[in-house]
Design a protein around this ligand. Structure first.
Ligand code: SF4
Ligand code: MG
Length: 359
């Protein structure tokens, strides 16, 4: 069917004096209901900025520079967001089947999309929760259609905490975040994110701040909630282990661009982009235990000094002349498996010359 979320040419920058530094340089992605799409990359590659752009929750210097972010209108559970839209916004939003373009929605309407249409959880639950409000208050405030103090709101909050796997939820409602462990705080964040029954959950490194056992529990919880509710999940992570556990499809991000996209099986069996291959080579595994891990030489380029051509060229062992001049285009190498790398363009045209050129 048609995707729940469809992103085309999303570009986001940061304004600094008279210059704008581009952090997300035109990404496309589609995500279906019930599917988990992982955006994988090193820190600083633009994946969190991309996620915040989708929510339109960028920090003050952030600017969306272009593109489209369409969310299926069926994702807005009550239709309240669409019904309340001024006529101009409805036409700007285009036809309902294609979804509304969130980038062109007035902020007041966007506020109702956040929560009901899509919600986000972050790496650090401690900083996303308000330390001086009870857990119950923070969840009831996230309920879109109920007054915070009502008995019904309290009941719904209790049910949400229970759904998020918190034992003795009615008592926990009256506690403050500092009375809870990191894993419990993340469960509270998840409960609050579910309050509006979002069709899309964006999870930005949801387990990175947690220890390994708790990580696994939170990932299991997300998978269970997804199965029960049919939510789409956009999972932002730098962790291949998390990807292996959760994702049906993966997009690898490097320096603001997606450079490879593949279904899970293909991704793990046959990663094709040199950067993705380096990520795998840098993985700690039992065979290499005790030895020095292979790391990727060089650094992610700074936003102010993006190399021309392929952005990975300065770190790529296979780079050849053309890589430093032309930006590689997408090549489909298998069904649903796309790669941006000149090696694959060359191979597609003439494998004999490719062998000579890259050896
Ligand atoms: Fe390496 Fe060139 Fe491919 Fe970029 S396009 S990843 S530099 S081989
Ligand atoms: Mg991040």
């Amino acid at each position: 069917g048609s995707p729940l979320l469809s992103v085309r040419g999303l570009r986001t920058g940061f304004v600094s004096g008279r210059t704008t530094l581009t952090a997300v340089a035109g990404i496309d992605l589609d995500l279906a209901a019930g599917e988990t799409f992982a955006l994988l990359g090193e820190s600083g590659c633009g994946k969190s900025v991309a996620a915040l752009s989708l929510m339109r929750l960028l920090p003050p210097a952030g600017r969306i520079l272009g593109g489209e972010v369409r969310l299926a209108t069926g994702a807005l559970t009550s239709g309240a967001a669409l019904g309340g839209m001024p006529e101009a916004a409805v036409s700007a939003a285009g036809n309902a089947a294609a979804g509304i373009d969130l980038l062109r929605l007035p902020e007041a309407e966007m506020r109702s999309v956040r929560g009901r249409g899509m919600a986000m959880i972050f790496q650090e639950p401690a900083t996303s929760l308000n330390p001086v409000l009870t857990v119950g208050r923070q969840i009831t405030e996230a309920l879109p259609d109920l007054r915070g103090g009502s008995a019904e709101a309290r009941e719904r909050a209790t049910a949400l905490l229970a759904a998020a796997g918190i034992a003795d939820p009615a008592r926990r409602l009256d506690e403050y975040p500092f009375q809870m462990s990191g894993g419990m705080k993340q469960r509270v964040m998840i409960a609050a994110a579910l309050a509006g029954e979002p069709r899309l959950l964006i999870a930005d490194e949801p387990t990175t701040a947690l220890d390994v056992t708790i990580q696994a529990q939170i990932l299991d919880l997300l998978a269970r909630l997804q199965a029960e509710r049919g939510m789409g999940i956009l999972l932002i992570t730098h962790d291949l282990g998390v990807v292996a556990r959760m994702a049906q499809r993966i997009g690898v991000m490097y320096a603001g661009e997606i450079v490879e996209e593949a279904p899970r099986a293909t991704f793990f069996a046959a990663p094709r982009h040199p950067y993705t291959q380096k990520l795998f080579a840098a993985l700690p595994d039992s065979a290499r235990r005790g030895r020095v891990l292979e790391t990727i030489p060089g650094q992610v380029p700074s936003l102010a000094a993006m190399p021309a051509g392929c952005r990975f060229a300065p770190r790529c062992a296979f780079a050849f002349d053309r890589c430093r001049v032309d930006s590689p285009q997408w090549r489909e190498v298998a069904p649903g498996h796309r790669v941006r790398c000149h090696l694959l363009e060359v191979t597609a045209g003439s494998s004999a010359s490719a062998a000579v050129e890259v050896s």
